[in-house]
Design a protein around this ligand. Structure first.
Ligand code: GLY
Ligand code: MN
Ligand code: MN
Length: 446
């Protein structure tokens, strides 16, 4: 849990305001996410908008923040008013006064005054900074306020002449994590790794994929995570070759592999881990050969993580290892260089080796700058997730049919290289087999 709710949110707002000021100043408007109906009478579990939460730490729906850059910067929050009747049904609301105090805002107002107040907050401001085309309802509200501000303008009053896409600044801020974020992400990695260990202990032939999913969810929830960061993939046998498999309803068979891609969300931050292991606790020959290949790609990608290296260096390192391995195992024929050049490896490795990780599983931030892969800098966090997916086909040795393997870790770029947050889940074959041998002593209801 967040010990001091004002730090680091106010500090992030100050950094945003400094960048706005350097670009001519203006007013920023950042709303949170709407509540969404699942079906009649039921809402989806609520999650605040990532940008709004990054700047506020405020988890209630129906809120927006307004930041004014200038000589005397102002931090304003609009949020739901206290409501004794509603709070009986849906729980505590901070209300503007307590929210301002607790989350470090200079002023706070009830949300139902937002549309009336925003035009006057836009008056005499050189620019509006907001996120456009993310939510049509908010686009309408903000443009209506801009129109009202123009209509209200009297002699001597001006209205914003420029609209800046605020994501351009916020995405870059979010890309390099601060110490507060790193501590949360390290813990999200630990919890998720523990869940993968529990899945390894619980797996055995005859059990259903959803029974293993239940073990993952239990560890997440029992560790304080409100929900997974994305739908868990628990894919046995041929299901592992379906990249976004999510049914999780098949019974696992002796001799198959189980691929699990699952991570918890903690205090708004995602973990994203994949492990692949034998349902019966022991890799057979072809499984072991392919697994060692993907593991070698994971090690090579990790070794390519250091400040100054380009974003693509880990991917290139993984592709070189995997392509050579596909040739050595008789899956591809030809010169390795050509197979890389023509991307022939994509038949068995069709996704990239990673993505930025943070509040969003596929987090904010550009991968290229000026057409070039951007250099890694300390504080960036991303995934390393090489894999291979071998479907049945006449020109593929039968021993490899229906094997899908991915080994996905979460890495922080440090001054020296990289730190894995996800070492708690074993990835070496002997470590996995040792952990699974232990499970025989643990009773599991089948
Ligand atoms: N779990 C989503 C991904 O690995 O990108
Ligand atoms: Mn991933
Ligand atoms: Mn994943």
């Amino acid at each position: 849990m967040i010990a001091d709710p004002v730090f680091p949110f106010r500090e992030r707002r100050e950094r945003l305001l400094a960048q706005m000021l350097a670009a001519g100043g203006g007013v920023a408007v950042v709303p949170t996410a709407p509540e969404r109906e699942r079906n009649r009478g039921t809402l989806y579990p609520y999650r605040p908008d990532s940008q709004f939460f990054y700047l506020s730490g405020f988890k209630e729906p129906e809120a927006a923040l307004v930041l004014i850059a200038g000589e005397t910067p102002r931090h304003l929050l609009f949020c739901r008013a206290r409501d004794g009747e509603q709070e009986i049904w849906t729980g505590h609301r901070h209300g503007p006064e307590a929210a301002a105090e607790r989350f470090g805002f200079d002023e706070a107002w009830p949300m139902d005054q937002f549309d009336r107040k925003l035009p006057s907050l836009l008056a005499n401001q050189p620019a509006l900074w907001t996120g456009l085309a993310a939510n049509p309802e908010w686009d309408k509200r903000i443009l209506a306020a801009l129109g009202q501000a123009r209509a209200d303008a009297r002699a001597g009053t001006t209205t914003p002449r420029t609209v800046h896409e605020i994501s351009a600044v916020l995405d870059e801020m979010r890309l390099v994590k601060d110490a507060f974020e790193i501590a949360i992400m390290r813990r999200a990695g630990e919890i998720s790794a523990a869940a993968h260990c529990q899945a390894m202990r619980a797996a055995r032939p005859g059990r259903a994929e959803y029974e293993i999913e239940a073990e993952l969810l239990r560890v997440f929830r029992a560790s304080g995570s409100p929900f997974p960061a994305y739908p868990s993939i628990v894919a046995s046998g041929p299901n592992a070759c379906v990249l976004h498999y999510a049914d999780n309803d098949r019974r696992m068979l002796d001799g198959e592999l189980l691929l699990i891609d699952a991570g918890c969300e903690l205090d708004g931050y995602a973990a994203d881990i994949t492990r692949t292991f034998p349902v019966n606790g022991r890799f057979d020959g072809p499984q072991r050969d392919l697994y060692q290949l993907v593991l070698a790609a994971n090690h090579a990608a990790r070794a390519a993580v250091r400040p100054g290296n380009g974003w693509n260096a880990p991917h290139e390192a993984a592709v070189a290892i995997l392509t050579q391995g596909f040739v050595d195992l008789g899956l591809l024929a030809g010169a390795t260089e050509n197979l890389i050049e023509t991307e022939a490896y994509r038949r068995f490795y069709m996704h990239r080796t990673g993505h930025w990780l943070g509040m969003d599983v596929h987090d904010a931030g550009q991968y290229k700058i000026g057409g070039q892969w951007r250099p890694l800098v300390p504080g960036m966090v991303f995934t390393i997730e090489p894999g291979c997916y071998i479907r049945a086909a006449d020109d593929v040795p039968k021993a490899f049919w229906n094997i899908g393997i991915r080994i996905e870790d979460n890495i922080l770029v440090t001054a020296e290289g990289g730190e894995y947050f996800t070492d708690g889940a074993p990835r070496e074959t002997d470590e996995i087999e040792a952990l699974m041998r232990d499970r025989k002593r643990i009773s599991v209801n089948v």
